[in-house]
Design a protein around this ligand. Structure first.
Ligand code: PRP
Ligand code: URA
Length: 211
């Protein structure tokens, strides 16, 4: 938990070590992508701690027994494009989850989100949703995605990001107090261009080498 409501900061040493590596301007695309995927797995691991289980009959090489399997239906929803880096990690660990995509980019002048794509599982309203975006800056993109998911009936949304700014956290807390946020860091502030300080720069550009 953090000093904000509903915000969980992963303070595990492995996580903190990895987030420092990808903040570093000298970390190249390949390693950046690998670490984003690893961090996403670790954040998802923590955020999914309260998933419901059900019994499952299993036959081991020794005998019959009753094990556990996950009862909740899950979807991860990636805010394009930077969340693709997180999605790739989570799908390694949980290959059977359904995946939705919401395409949003921030208008560089107004910093408001512009939607350009959306494809969600048909039964999204029944699923426990983990919404992914590495960066929570002004919170405009996350809020727009949450609004959209709720308009499609979503009732259970958890937001997973690598780095959060206080502005974004306050916006989500205020507009969507039911949405929990999992992150590895709450950074100091936003700069005049809406970038997180100290942050890690433009997550999409660093993942895909577009700058
Ligand atoms: C980045 C990031 C978030 C958004 C966060 O995406 O991946 O989606 O900015 O900023 P906000 O909290 O102020 O809305 P960007 O708009 O750069 O698009 P991209 O993923 O296509 O690079
Ligand atoms: N989007 C990014 O990719 N980085 C930031 O710091 C803010 C928004």
């Amino acid at each position: 938990m953090s000093s904000y409501d509903n915000v969980f900061v992963l303070d595990h040493p492995l996580v903190q070590n990895k987030i420092s590596l990808i903040r570093d301007i000298n970390t190249k695309d390949k390693q950046f992508r690998e670490i984003v995927a690893e961090l996403a797995i670790l954040i998802f691991y923590e955020a999914s701690r309260n998933l419901k289980l059900k019994d499952k009959n299993i036959t081991t090489p020794i005998c019959d027994t009753v094990g556990k399997t996950i009862r909740d239906e899950i979807a991860i929803v990636s805010i394009l494009r930077a969340a693709i880096g997180m999605e790739n990690g989570i799908l390694q660990m949980a290959p059977n989850v359904k995946v939705g995509h919401v395409g949003l980019y921030r208008d560089p002048e107004t910093l408001t989100p512009v939607e350009y794509y959306c494809k969600l599982p048909n039964d999204i309203a029944e699923r426990k949703i983990f919404l992914l975006d590495p960066m929570l800056a002004t919170g405009g993109s996350a809020a727009a995605a949450i609004k959209f998911l709720k308009s499609r009936g979503a009732k259970d949304i958890t937001f997973l990001c690598l780095i959060a700014a206080p502005d974004g956290i306050k916006k989500i807390n205020l507009e969507y107090p039911d949405v929990k946020i999992y992150t590895t860091s709450i950074d100091k502030k936003l700069n005049d261009h809406g970038y997180i300080v100290p942050g890690l720069g433009d997550a999409g550009d660093r993942l895909f080498g577009t700058k």
